[in-house]
Design a protein around this ligand. Structure first.
Ligand SMILES: Nc1ncnc2c1ncn2[C@@H]1O[C@H](COP(=O)(O)OP(=O)(O)OP(=O)(O)O)[C@@H](O)[C@H]1O
Ligand SMILES: [Mg+2]
Length: 317
């Protein structure tokens, strides 16, 4: 009888031990799964961003050469034409009565108009070429493919080039008002960081803000047709980007939107890999989880979010 009780106790202890081990293994497994998901998320996002970076760098490179020809030649073309026009004017002074054919041709081509208009045309060609040069330099700055490792950089440059790349999504469309960008830039020192990664974070957060504004517009249209209050300044779609020096060791970048906002439950999950509220195909749910890794793990920084449903969202880097 005594042996049977001992056996029972032994059995009980054994099964407790087994249950304990199983629990520990389950915990280990779930941790491993989480790590695996994070690694997978990082791989997908890195692949996505590096293809974007390569595409952007490729386009910038291809445009760079031809635009350089144009920029370099416009001033000469302008000067030569000016010289030729002056020469014609000189002829006109010295031979005020040209033969009829020439007189007719002067009238046919509206010579006086050409003289007035040509400098303006050259001027706008120069403005256009300069603008393309700025765009190309922004694109190159964004991709920074040839720069790995830590660099001292002007964060405002990163913000500007990200805005430049997203410009098409910010401007006015037939169905949507332009998104206003309000900048409150402090005088920031150069910041040591992994540039292309920081640009990636800016891109993720600003594109989320653009999506949140589009989502708000969509809901408004659904709920009230054309919204009568939509023209009030307060309601216009807006992204505010502020930078600030916090201490000799810290700077902050705050990106706020007056978009759809999020509930407390959503806000708790935004940094989880693959968490998305967007439809299949439009969101992978990786942007913020990668941004979190970049800011918190890679740069020992902070990434915080505050949000109010229907009011907007603010990200503090
Ligand atoms: N500015 C914002 N306003 C409202 N909700 C936001 C904002 N930023 C992020 N979110 C919420 O956080 C979720 C996760 O964002 P995250 O950038 O990680 O993924 P995603 O934008 O859905 O997909 P993608 O991988 O393409 O970035 C979003 O689906 C959205 O619900
Ligand atoms: Mg996103």
């Amino acid at each position: 009888m005594a042996i049977a009780i001992d056996d029972q106790a032994e059995l009980y202890n054994q099964s407790r031990e087994i249950a304990f081990q199983a629990k520990a293994q389950a915990l280990e497994l779930s941790l491993a799964l989480k790590k695996l998901q994070q690694a997978q998320a990082q791989l997908i996002q890195t692949e996505k961003m590096s293809s974007l970076g390569q595409l952007v760098a490729g386009i910038a490179h291809e445009i760079n050469n031809p635009i350089n020809f144009i920029s370099a030649n416009v001033p000469y073309a302008s000067q030569y034409t000016q010289d030729l026009l002056s020469l014609i004017q000189l002829y006109q002074q010295i031979y005020p009565q040209p033969p009829t054919v020439i007189q007719e041709q002067i009238e046919a081509i509206d010579f006086d108009f050409i003289i007035a208009d040509l400098p303006k045309i050259f001027n706008s060609m120069k403005v256009g070429a300069d603008r393309i040069c700025t765009i190309v330099s922004s694109l190159r700055n964004f991709s920074r493919l040839n720069e790995s490792g830590v660099k001292s950089v002007d964060l405002h440059e990163g913000i500007e080039s990200t805005l430049m790349i997203l410009q098409n999504q910010l401007k006015e469309k037939p169905e949507a008002k332009a998104i206003q960008i309000i900048k409150n830039y402090d005088c920031l020192p150069k910041v040591e960081c992994y540039v292309s990664h920081i640009n990636q974070v800016l891109m993720n957060i600003i594109s989320n803000a653009v999506d949140a504004l589009a989502e708000k517009r969509g809901r408004k249209l659904k709920s009230s047709g054309i919204n009568q209050n939509s023209d009030i300044q307060e309601n216009l779609p807006r992204i505010t980007i502020s930078t600030k020096v916090i201490s000799s060791e810290q700077v902050a970048v705050v990106i706020a939107d007056n978009g759809i906002g999020m509930t407390e439950q959503v806000r708790h999950k935004i940094f989880d890999p693959f968490f998305t509220t967007k439809s299949v195909g439009s969101g992978t749910g990786l942007g913020l989880s990668i941004s979190y890794q970049i800011i918190v793990e890679k740069h020992q920084g902070k990434l915080d979010c505050t949000s109010m449903p229907g009011q907007g969202t603010e990200f503090l880097i």
